[in-house]
Design a protein around this ligand. Structure first.
Ligand code: HXC
Ligand code: NAP
Length: 293
């Protein structure tokens, strides 16, 4: 056994219907694949219906599960309502909303137009709000319980980060929404949690965060105490647990899965990682020699 293996029992999500926004690529596709393997029906949504249809064909053949592709730009509330209706028409109800869709790119903030800033905020924060509000209202009105919302954020949702300011601003808002509704809507039988992934290579993220030779210059694995980037299956394992009934008492939590990356950047003396082992004898001697002086 290791972290690239599948974690939950085969029927862990049997009978559940899960909506994954941005489910046609990257981490959304990886989580969708595992949910299907665990017996769920999955609705995948994004702006590009041809891509979603190709993924449906691929994943149904690979897993034997049911995939419904629905075109939906999460920035538009009417499209989100139509996507919810299509999901309910196909599967009777929805049990889990996974807010995974995102937009992001690196840029000095002063180079951004107002529309560029808005575009990222609209996909990440407004899009998550649109889906959460539409699905939450529906579940409340229908008196359906045991529902789960899982939001994908980032570790800079709480630290902030230079050069991705719209994304950091929006993800911080998503984290606040997660924790707020975990309390407010628990009475309606909903749980809200978030995952904060560290670096998990995907084409969508790498093309926009590490274009050209930045990939070689800034190797993410060197920033991680565990000295590697994430494997998609280990994120899918965590997501499957959080949307399953096994996590029934987990509510309002953000789980970081980053190999210790953000803490390495945070701890004041973490730079001592650079000190070679043979230097510690000398340093210890110097410190001890100052005793009582
Ligand atoms: C400056 C830019 C820009 C850039 C776009 N714009 N790219 N400004 N630098 N590199 C500006 C445009 O000029 C325009 O402003 C505005 O942003 C909207 O751009 P459009 O191309 O019209 O928008 P749209 O087609 O809606 O595309 C949205 C997008 C795009 C966010 C710009 O990148 C996208 O579709 N992204 C989806 C996938 C994605 O981003 N995946 C990565 C998630 S990774 P003006 O003023 O000219 O109209 C992630 C990881 C976090 O979140 C942490 C990792 C460790
Ligand atoms: P990705 O493949 O680019 O995923 C983003 C998805 O969002 C795409 O499928 C895209 O599909 C969809 N999308 C974008 N704009 C949309 C809109 N307006 N309406 C509906 N769907 C839209 O990148 P990823 O790396 O897998 O990212 C997935 C999630 O993980 C994101 O929330 C991201 O912030 C988070 N994350 C990733 C990393 C990482 O290292 N990869 C680290 C931290 C957090 P279309 O283009 O077809 O619309």
């Amino acid at each position: 056994m290791n972290y690239t293996k599948k974690m939950l029992r085969d029927d862990a999500l049997k009978g559940k219907t899960i909506v994954v926004t941005g489910g046609g690529s990257g981490l959304g596709k990886a989580m969708t694949t595992y949910f299907l393997e665990l017996g769920a029906n999955v609705v995948i949504t994004s702006r590009n219906i041809e891509k979603l249809q190709a993924v449906k064909t691929e994943l149904e053949a690979q897993t034997g599960g049911n995939v419904l592709p629905v075109q939906c730009d999460v920035r538009h509330y009417d499209q989100v309502e139509a996507m919810l209706k299509a999901s309910v028409d196909a599967f009777g109800t929805v049990d889990v909303l996974l807010n995974n869709a995102a937009g992001n790119f690196i840029s000095p903030t002063e180079r951004l137009s107002a529309n560029a800033f808005d575009t990222v905020i609209d996909i990440v924060l407004k899009g998550t709000k649109n889906c959460t509000l539409a699905f939450g209202k529906y579940w409340i009105e229908k008196k359906e319980t045991e529902k789960v919302v899982l939001n994908i954020v980032t570790t800079y949702a709480w630290t902030g980060s230079a050069y991705v300011v719209p994304s950091a601003t929006a993800k911080a808002g998503v984290l606040a929404m997660t924790r707020s509704l975990a309390v407010e809507w628990a009475k309606y039988g909903m749980r809200f949690n978030a995952i904060a992934p560290g670096p998990f290579p995907t084409k969508g993220a790498w093309d926009r965060l590490l274009p050209g030779d930045l990939k070689e210059k800034f190797d993410f694995s060197k920033k991680v105490p565990l000295k590697r980037v994430g494997e998609h299956q280990e994120l899918a394992n965590l997501a499957a647990y959080l949307v399953s009934d096994f996590s029934a008492y987990v509510n309002g939590e953000v789980i970081t899965i980053d190999g210790g990356e953000w803490l390495k950047g945070a701890g004041q003396m973490n730079m001592l990682e650079e000190v070679p082992a043979e230097m510690w004898d000398m340093l210890e001697k110097m410190i001890r020699s100052k005793k009582n002086k």
